[in-house]
Design a protein around this ligand. Structure first.
Ligand code: BJW
Length: 236
């Protein structure tokens, strides 16, 4: 890819790989979450209906774990970009952790929800939630014991897709960081970005499933690649 010149509006898609060096398990790498649990048992609405205790225990464990982790150099670099970038910028994250925010980024959209939210299936309210759900606590808004993790499971509609597509239409550059490109609609964004005329860059440990769609791929750990790319784009 030519130097990062002529770029005003940026969309950044992040996935589990950006949080890997903070000690949060990815899904599809060796030893990742889907090796430890079957997707169908823990990450579908059907699984929750069939065995809510198993699903709530899985998410309680992960909700507790992320609160012991800290943002890494890649999250901090994106927060620096977010703070100083004069054009439009949107960090669309598939991650349900809060490490982008804890690094200081504010233009963040969680398309697959957030661990630290609970969603009441009785009154539809979302509440910040740092504790367990297995013990079926009452919803702070309506009092019903009907809270579930506020995350997007397979077969459910990812959040705020209209905003994502609107930002993509304005983007001059689409950058994908630490995602395998295995899960749609996130995996399809690079193709749409290309069709809309944006430049496309992938930063990942290994080539993703949609790697061929990117104009350029840089391989390596996010904590090295992302700060270097941020320096480059801020110098333009
Ligand atoms: C590093 C690194 C380091 C490691 N540095 N890099 C056929 C075609 C199209 C779609 C479908 C289809 N069949 C079924 C579907 C739909 C389905 C889907 O995509 N299935 C696929 C399996 C094919 N999608 C859905 O159901 C979605 N909803 C939907 O489609 O609604 C209809 C709709 C249509 C059109 C428009 C809009 C809507 C919902 C998907 C929900 C995904 N939910 C999860 C769980 C969230 C809650 C939780 O956390 O438990 O989201 S699944 C899981 O995968 C999680 C992640 O966000 C998501 C993506 O994973 P990610 O982030 O890419 O992680 P990994 O582990 O896969 O990859 C990590 C990468 O990092 C690797 O490449 C490593 O190399 C790299 N890495 N260390 C840099 N240090």
């Amino acid at each position: 890819m030519a130097a990062m010149t002529g770029i005003r509006n940026i969309m950044i898609l992040t996935g589990a790989g950006i949080s890997a060096e903070s000690g949060i398990d990815t899904f599809r790498d060796a030893g990742g979450l889907w090796e430890q649990h079957r997707v169908e048992d823990v990450a579908t609405p059907e699984a929750f209906a069939r065995d809510p205790e198993l699903v709530l225990r899985f998410y309680d464990m992960r909700r507790a774990a992320i609160q012991t982790k800290a943002p890494n150099a890649a999250h901090h670099a994106l927060a620096r970009l977010d703070e100083h970038w004069p054009g439009d910028l949107l960090i669309v994250t598939q991650n349900v952790d809060d490490l982008h925010e804890r690094a200081g980024a504010s233009r963040v959209l969680h398309m697959h929800g957030q661990h630290l939210n609970a969603w009441c299936t009785a009154c539809d309210e979302r509440s910040r939630w740092t504790d367990t759900l297995l013990d079926r606590p009452p919803c702070p808004a309506c009092g019903e014991a009907a809270l579930r993790p506020d995350v997007v499971w397979f077969g459910e509609m990812p959040y705020r897709m209209d905003e994502i597509y609107a930002a993509l239409r304005e983007a001059d550059l689409f950058v994908s960081i630490g995602t395998s490109g295995a899960v749609y609609p996130a995996a399809g964004l690079v193709r749409e970005a290309r069709e809309l005329g944006a430049r496309t860059l992938e930063l990942n440990l290994e080539r993703s499933q949609g790697s061929l769609w990117f104009e350029e791929t840089r391989l390596g750990p996010a904590t090295e690649l992302v700060p270097a790319w941020v320096d480059e784009v801020m110098k333009k």
